[in-house]
Design a protein around this ligand. Structure first.
Ligand code: CTP
Ligand code: CA
Length: 228
């Protein structure tokens, strides 16, 4: 496919993309984080702008230049990501949750830096974060406005990729689930990706190893088809 000759099929559409990886603070200098670079989410945002969409990019801890033409909202934690995504939802046609959102956060955040003492350290107690993607699916199921017409999730699986992906798609109530292949120099921090896109009411779409830009355009092809 020719990336330069993108269709303008998202003109007049408003889309929300989350990108990067959340950080959950332990104290003022430490956090629990993950390896997401934000490259796939940024590629999705650029592709949507190029196809005519009005794009809000919720960026969690990403060291990449703002994509031209997108509104960028910077966040750090899962709770901030949730608030920013829900805020951007007003009038949105589609949401793509490409961010790696922490499943857990420390129950408390120490106001001062935790110091090394003679004793063994305290355990870091974790509590569950809200599942933003599942919440969006529930809002739509319950007709709780605003909710997006099209909901896209991402999943990185290492084992039983398709079976786990299918179960996740159903559990989260999304329309499309982009299941990344992890490992072999793929996914985290690399320009390339390989994925199987699971479709709630259709056959899966295989996207062979290639630039994240190409995967982004396949995702928007499928989203645009659901918005007509
Ligand atoms: N996600 C989210 N909120 C969370 C955790 C994940 O919105 N608190 C979203 C991610 O942005 C991604 C999708 O859910 O689009 C799948 O994330 P993943 O970690 O693969 O799924 P989980 O349901 O958290 O399952 P697990 O980590 O146990 O595999
Ligand atoms: Ca998770």
């Amino acid at each position: 496919r020719v990336l330069a000759g993108r269709p303008a099929d998202l003109t007049g559409r408003r889309v929300v993309v989350s990108a990067g990886g959340t950080r959950e603070a332990i104290d003022p200098v430490r956090f629990i984080g993950n390896r997401s670079s934000g490259l796939q989410g940024y590629a999705l945002a650029r592709a949507a702008v190029a196809r005519g969409a009005e794009v809000t990019l919720v960026a969690a801890n990403v060291a990449l230049p703002d994509p031209a033409g997108a509104r960028v909202v910077r966040v750090e934690s899962a709770l901030q990501t949730r608030a920013a995504v829900l805020d951007a939802l007003e009038g949105a046609d589609a949401v793509v949750m490409a961010a790696a959102v922490a499943d857990f956060r420390p129950a408390t955040r120490s106001e001062s830096k935790i110091k090394k003492t003679g004793a063994e350290p305290d355990a870091v107690h974790l509590v569950k974060n809200p599942d933003i993607l599942a919440e969006l699916g529930e809002r739509r199921r319950d007709g709780l406005k605003p909710y997006p017409r099209v909901i896209v999730g991402f999943a990185a699986e290492t084992d039983d990729v398709l079976a786990n992906g299918r179960a996740k798609l159903a559990r989260k109530g999304c329309d499309l689930l982009v299941v990344n292949q992890v490992g072999d120099g793929l996914a985290f921090g690399t320009p390339d990706n390989a994925a199987t896109i699971l479709v709630a009411d259709g056959d899966p779409v295989d996207v062979p190893r290639g630039p994240k830009e190409v995967l982004a355009d396949v995702v928007w092809d499928l989203v645009a088809a659901r918005l007509v």
